[in-house]
Design a protein around this ligand. Structure first.
Ligand code: XMP
Length: 606
């Protein structure tokens, strides 16, 4: 069936995806378009949303996009930057200034406008903008205003032209702080664009199954099954469409998996009845020897990626299945982010879109049954396919696995820049009543959209959580060369922290696996597993005292889509249990809690 579709123009990665997800939750298909996409790509859409942008300004001339969308006879609604662009295009004025940030009250100035149907005269909304619309073109009218500026000035917060079917919201209806934002989006989608709600996962599952059958015909499909949510659901969809006989699964143990993980992954596929051709390759030795002596983080990542391709190709040849179609669990944001290289804030070359795979896609040899779906939709589909809750709601786990959580060192302290931190850290100590020690190692972070390796600062002392967070914010902003702070939970008291020479070894990986399992069990025991979005446990070859073992860092965070993250406070009882259990692991002498948000820290340490 064809679904009524709303196109969301992507001027800023995460906003556009959030809007598209909200539209889909209403039962209407939403697709992302890039600003430069040709007019033909809008054929058949029932409406267009222009997303906000974290960096573009509608005031200057830096906003480059295909303006012929305004010639289309479909409703267009802009948020924030999009609102300003629409105002400007139709003869209004946009100026630098009039910044509003955070909560505001939208006062509606029209009665019973379809865009605001069912809403009160004053609605809480969320603002984040520097430029403002100060005058409207001839066809437009004010639909709502805010008066939150310094002098309480009147600001055009919602505008529209019913004749042209063009509308703009200065605020962000897609974020939760705009309490009735979803209703506003629904009003646009249904009342203004006249869409029908047909996008439901029941229907979508049937359509995907049909499509897979059509694409695959009589052939078979081969899929790498990591145990992650996407590849697991993809495998189940393929099983539903083709039957277990034509689905070949390969699970590779790269030696960087969690404790007992490969066994659990295999058991899951057996339980799903997908074990007709379930292949398992224990390639841990191959990976470990490839990683022998590799210390530098980005090289480690590359070695892991290359080895994976090697193992996978060799195994496929051995199994005689290299002629099968390749199945992949690629989901919608994976495909969009790779295309939208110009603007998305953080772009990783997605492993489903490396050159070998691109070439196979060109030849029509790749099946990606989930390529149109968002993660929430994939999980919903997974539920319908009988995949157990724990498998569907697993924390995300990076492709290079524990490889990015097992820090390595040649044992030489990295003191570059530490001296320059002295005065700043002394001031932080005085301000926040915590000791602040720069560590002679580095971990990755993001500053101004760039990944960079900088020093963590160790905080020691008893302070309320709010003070700790304040200290982290202050230090990472004021002290040069710091991208991360860790809080000392227990173990060796820090006297003279120094790195220990350590590489990727099975023994260290086993130690990290044990520590990670203790942390994961702890989160489950305390009912925190689902609330915490992800919680890397990191083994750092850093000895805090004069002599002793390595340091374990626990990094629980909350996040939506991994673009940003905030640290999570663990309950005292859990901290006590973790200290008791983790510190008894041979070779571990200290436990730290990562208390950094992203940015400036990343979720992973490498
Ligand atoms: P960062 O560390 O960049 O991580 O804040 C954001 C999200 O991406 C995951 N991650 C990776 N996933 N290959 C992956 O498949 C990688 O190399 C990789 N590095 C980070 C990370 O776990 C988090 O969910």
């Amino acid at each position: 069936m064809t679904h009524d579709t709303i196109a969301v123009i992507d001027f800023g990665g995460q906003y556009a995806h959030l809007i598209a997800t909200k539209v889909r939750r209403l039962g209407v298909r939403a697709e992302i378009r890039q600003p430069e996409d040709p007019l033909e790509s809008y054929e058949g859409v029932r409406g267009i949303v222009i997303s906000g942008s974290p960096s573009l300004s509608a005031y200057g001339e830096d906003s480059d996009y295909n303006r012929s969308i305004y010639d289309l006879d479909v409703p267009i609604l802009g948020f924030c930057f999009g609102h300003q662009e629409i105002a400007k295009h139709y003869g209004g004025t946009v100026v630098h200034g009039g910044r509003e940030w955070g909560h505001a009250e939208l006062h509606l100035t029209v009665d019973d406008h379809p865009l605001f149907r069912g809403l009160g005269p004053v609605e809480p909304v969320w603002m984040s903008h520097y430029d403002s619309v100060t005058a409207l073109g001839p066809d437009f009218e004010e639909l709502g205003y805010t008066s939150t500026g310094a002098g309480g000035e009147h600001r055009l917060a919602a505008i529209g032209s019913d004749r042209l079917r063009r509308y703009g919201f200065q605020y962000h209806p897609e974020v939760d702080d705009t309490v009735n934002g979803e209703r506003m989006i629904a009003n646009f989608v249904f009342e203004i664009c006249g869409c029908r709600a047909t996008w439901s996962m029941d229907g979508v599952l049937d359509e995907i199954v049909e499509e897979v059958r059509r694409r695959v015909g009589e052939r078979s499909v081969f899929l790498l099954a990591s145990g992650g949510v996407d590849s697991t659901v993809a495998a189940a969809v393929l099983g539903r469409a083709l039957g277990p006989e034509r689905v070949h699964l390969l699970h590779i143990d790269n030696g960087l998996m969690r404790k007992d993980e490969s066994r659990q992954v295999l058991a899951l596929f057996e339980r799903l009845g997908l074990d007709r051709h379930l292949h398992f390759e224990d390639a841990s030795e191959t990976f470990l020897s490839a990683l022998d002596g590799v210390i530098e983080p980005e090289r480690k990542r590359r070695v892991i990626g290359d080895t994976f391709v090697e193992v996978f190709q060799r195994k496929a040849r051995e199994l005689g299945i290299e002629d099968h179609l390749l199945g992949q669990g690629t989901i919608y944001p994976d495909t969009v982010e790779t295309g939208g290289t110009k603007r998305a804030d953080v772009i990783k070359t997605h492993h489903n879109r490396v050159p070998v795979i691109e070439a196979m896609i060109e030849q029509g040899r790749v099946v990606e049954p989930l390529a149109d779906l968002y993660k929430v939709e994939v999980r919903e589909l997974g539920e319908r396919l009988g995949i157990p809750h724990e498998a569907l709601w697993r924390h995300p786990f990076p492709g290079p696995g524990l490889g990015v959580r097992l820090l390595c060192s040649n044992g030489v302290p990295d003191r570059d820049g530490l001296d320059a931190m002295g005065p700043g850290l002394a001031e932080a100590e005085a301000r926040f009543g915590l000791r602040a020690l720069p560590l002679p190692i580095r971990s990755v972070g993001v500053k101004a959209d760039l990944r960079a390796y900088e020093h963590p600062v160790l905080l020691v002392g008893d302070a309320p959580w709010a003070t700790v967070l304040e200290a982290v914010g202050w230090i990472t902003a004021q002290v040069p060369g710091v991208n991360r702070c860790v809080l000392h939970l227990g173990g060796d008291a820090p006297t003279e922290p120094r790195p220990l020479a350590a590489g990727v070894t099975r023994a260290r990986l086993d130690l990290l696996r044990e520590a990670d399992a203790l942390v994961m069990d702890g989160l489950r025991r305390h009912g925190l597993y689902d609330e915490v979005w992800q919680c890397p446990t990191v083994l750092v070859p850093l000895c805090l005292g004069a002599d002793g073992g390595e340091t374990v860092v626990v990094r629980p965070i909350r996040s939506q889509r991994a673009m940003t993250a905030t640290p999570v406070r663990l309950p005292d009882a859990l901290v006590e249990e973790l200290l008791r259990d983790v510190l008894t692991l041979p070779g571990v002498s200290a436990v730290l809690l990562d208390v950094t948000s992203k940015p400036p820290g990343t979720i992973e340490w490498e």
